[in-house]
Each structure stands twice: as C-alpha cells, then as structure tokens.
Design a binder for this molecule. Sequence first.
Ligand code: SAM
Length: 279
Amino acid sequence: MSAIDSLPPLREVIAAHDLRAKKSLGQNFLLDLNLTARIARSVGDLEGSDILEIGPGPGGLTRGLLAEGARRVLAIEKDARCLPALAEVAAAYPGRLEVINGDALEVDPLAHLTPPIRIAANLPYNVGTELLVRWLTPPDWPPFWQSLTLMFQKEVAERIVAKPGSKTYGRLAILAQWRAEARIVLSLPPGAFTPPPNVSSSVVHLTALPEPRYPADPKVLERVVATAFNQRRKMLRASLKGLAPDIEDRLRACGIAPTDRAEQISLEGFCALARQMES
Ligand code: SAM
C-alpha cells in the first residue's frame, strides 16, 4: 500500500490516540488511505471547492481529500477523542483543515465556508439519512452545495437511485432525483471497515441540478409522496384519500389511474400531482 501523505498509517493513529470504535457513534473506520483517496477523487473539483466533511473520525477520508488537492476542508466531528489526531492532519496541511467539535445535526457550517461547496461524508446511517433529506429539501433551489458524496448502507444507496417499479423506489428516490443527479460510484464489503459493520456499503454521488426536473412546491411534493408510500401496497385512491375528498378526479386530471400504486408513479407524475393538489 503506497502512502498518500507523510502522516503515520491510520492503525498507528488509532492506537496512539486510543480511538477504540464506539458503536453509539456509528464508528466504522476506513483505514485504507488508497481507498479514501479514491472516494475523494469521486467528489469532483477538489482544488476549486471548499469541502464540508461530516464525521472525519481519525481522519481517513479527510487525508484523502487533502492529499487529492482539496482547497479547504471544514470537518465537523462529534467525538472529541478524535480532535488530537485531526490536529496532526491540520498541521500537515497548513491553513487547509478546520475542525469543529460538534453535532452535524446542530452546527451551522455556512459561516465557515466559501462557495463553491461540496459535501463528503461517511456517517452513521440515521444521521446520514437525516442530513441527506435536509440537504435535499431547502425551500429554495439551487442549494448551498454543488455535490454530495456520501457513504450509506448499500440498501439505502439503492433506495436513493431507485427507479419506478422497483421495491426500493420511494420517498428517498423522489426527493433525490427531483433536484439532483444521483448515482452509486463505489460499493464496499463490510471488511473494508474497522470494525466491519453487518452490511455492505455504497458511496452515492449527487450533483445538484440548476433547477428541479419538474415544477412543484417542495412541501406539497413531500407530503404527497410520504402519504402515498406510507401505505405503498394500497391503490392511490385509498392511500391518498385523506389528502383531498376528490382525490380520484385529481389523479385522473394528471393522467394517473386511481387504481395505480405509489411505486408505479414516475417522478414527473408525482410532481404533476403535487401541482394538482394546489389547484
Ligand atoms: N470518516 C471516518 C472514516 O471514514 O473512517 C469515520 C467514519 S465513522 C462511520 C462516522 C463518524 O461520524 C465517526 O467519527 C463519528 O464519531 C462521527 N459522527 C457520528 N455522529 C455524528 C454527528 N451527529 N455529527 C458529527 N459527527 C458524527
């Protein structure tokens, strides 16, 4: 394994700072710096962007991003035990790494970043999904970020890129594909992580579109989609009954059969229905 920088290997960093993985923080570390450099290369224009990294841990992906030329990295880490290891990375890349010790669900990073901004993270499942939904659902578009490069459980990654008709198609696919281009760039077995998680993982890359693919109010679209997929096996005339008494007419008015089920409806169809609900 060739070194990507002059810092010690991550196994030594973890031993030196006693960074035993905590389950409660979803800590499954990537120790192969060639792999983290590869993930960093899938982020996009690193030299011309500020990178927001969530959950740097001992700094594997952070080092990949910096070694591959990131202009600046702002890293938000909840676990204070990681700070000394991250300070060593900051010292090796003067002026290019800032670390905030805090919860990414609460810290507002915008004051610390200069556009264009790209986001990269290997996060615990629940935090990652919550942040992804937040990043995809601001009231105005385009958002503050150009791209998201995020590690998820493989099953969640498949939900993000799913197409109509598949079992994994649902709210995440619609929110992601409405306003972004989403693709899986890399899949990793449990053994790529220390300690290994129970499931495989995938890196998803999302690029923000200049404007949503079809017009719709984000709040109305979210409500329609959440309601439709909440009872995904039911016909839409039943699952959406609570949204409007004349739901069958509204469905027909946008070319959707009231007997269809949520997973048969395209993104365009859901956006048409969201607009129809406002008329
Ligand atoms: N990026 C490192 C890597 O790839 O090896 C660590 C990944 S580990 C799966 C997740 C990291 O996110 C841990 O360092 C954990 O402490 C941190 N973390 C968990 N919840 C967080 C939160 N709410 N805000 C910020 N960091 C968080």
